[in-house]
Design a protein around this ligand. Structure first.
Ligand code: CO
Ligand code: CO
Ligand code: CO
Length: 346
């Protein structure tokens, strides 16, 4: 029997996140523990929490899990693991250990599918040098998979949302469009080459990008996932008290993403993301409608958005290209906060 996980979900991957508005409501009720060793908490909406163990070592903790974003169980496992580990890379950490988190409808899927998802996760974690040393499974429909990950980091070398500085250049390491293409795939509108490329990018670890950030002592970055490029940019701008100016014409797109958006293939998550960010958004009047929606396309296992000092930008780009991240490009700059956190232009 050929298993097609996509038939079980309406929105998979990071598109299945609750809306940023609802999340903000919920987080208001969550007390924040006070402890001088907590170096990063949810206050700055960073990718992971960081806890200092001693003067030379801090732990990076993060978790992510979601419903299937593709049909094949093994590929889903790989993508989910790459996405979970990404938050450690985004903060400049070295991922070390992980636990599986698995929701699996035992009565609706053969056990081999379950095994394939876990195998995909294990193989991707191994590629990242991460040992999976346990996990937890419950019976649930539709299936969901991800990891809780622990990484090491030096307490003084943490890369955060708050590290963007006026004058910095913004570099994006993977093209945008996984939300649109996988939605197009579900509707039978996306072509095979684009689907394959989207899956390749979602499986691609942000490891090499993180290595380049460390080499150049980059201070501000995030990975681009469920809230989209502009949504995660907004978190960064708010935490850094700056504005991000993004030129949407410079943002690389996966294959026919633009055409799919133009044909109306814009997933619900994009509208939720835009709705949340709208009051913080300044878009030039003639900004193309599709590009505006693409800026908020929910990415699964997306690339790194880095804020790098202007004079290092070319050297960093060079290294990223050499590391195989050939789509890496400067998409904008960090400017003084001027009432709106995100400026989108053509
Ligand atoms: Co993240
Ligand atoms: Co995350
Ligand atoms: Co347990």
């Amino acid at each position: 029997m050929k298993i097609d996980l996509l038939q079980m979900v309406e929105s998979g991957g990071c598109s299945a996140k609750i809306s940023p508005k609802q999340l903000e409501e919920i987080l208001k009720y969550l007390p924040l523990p006070k402890d001088p060793n907590i170096l990063v908490d949810i206050d700055t909406h960073d990718d992971a929490g960081v806890y200092r163990v001693n003067a030379d070592l801090a732990l990076v903790l993060t978790t992510d899990f979601f419903p299937p974003v593709c049909s094949d169980p093994y590929e889903f496992g790989q993508i989910a693991a790459a996405n979970s580990i990404s938050d450690v890379y985004a903060m400049g950490g070295d991922p070390v250990l992980a636990l599986n988190i698995m929701m699996f409808p035992a009565a609706k899927l053969p056990i081999e599918a379950y095994a394939e998802i876990l195998k995909g996760g294990f193989d991707k974690a191994s590629e990242a040098g991460v040992r999976i040393i346990g996990g937890h499974t419950i019976d649930d429909y539709p299936p969901k998979y991800g990891l809780a990950v622990i990484g090491y980091i030096h307490p003084e070398k943490i890369i955060t949302n708050a590290g963007a500085r006026q004058g910095d250049s913004l570099i994006l390491t993977k093209p945008i469009g996984t939300g649109i293409i996988m939605a197009g795939h579900r509707l039978g509108l996306a072509n095979e080459a684009d689907i394959t490329e989207a899956k390749r990018l979602m499986k691609l670890l942000n490891k090499s990008g993180a290595e380049v950030m460390k080499k150049y002592n980059v201070k501000g970055a995030t990975d681009v996932t469920g809230f989209g490029l502009a949504g995660h940019g907004l978190k960064m701008a708010m935490a850094s008290r700056v504005s991000l100016k993004i030129n949407m014409k410079k943002v690389p797109l996966i294959g026919g993403s633009y055409k799919l958006a133009d044909d109306g293939c814009i997933p619900g998550a994009s509208f939720r993301n835009l709705d949340y960010a709208d009051e913080h958004l300044l878009a030039v009047e003639e900004l193309d409608y599709n590009l505006r929606m693409i800026a908020f396309d929910a990415q699964t296992s997306g690339g790194l958005l880095m804020s790098v000092s202007h004079d290092k930008a070319e050297a960093i780009l060079n290294d990223l290209h050499k590391a195989g991240l050939t789509s890496s490009v400067i998409i904008g700059e960090v400017i003084e906060f001027q009432g709106k956190y995100i400026h989108l232009e053509n």
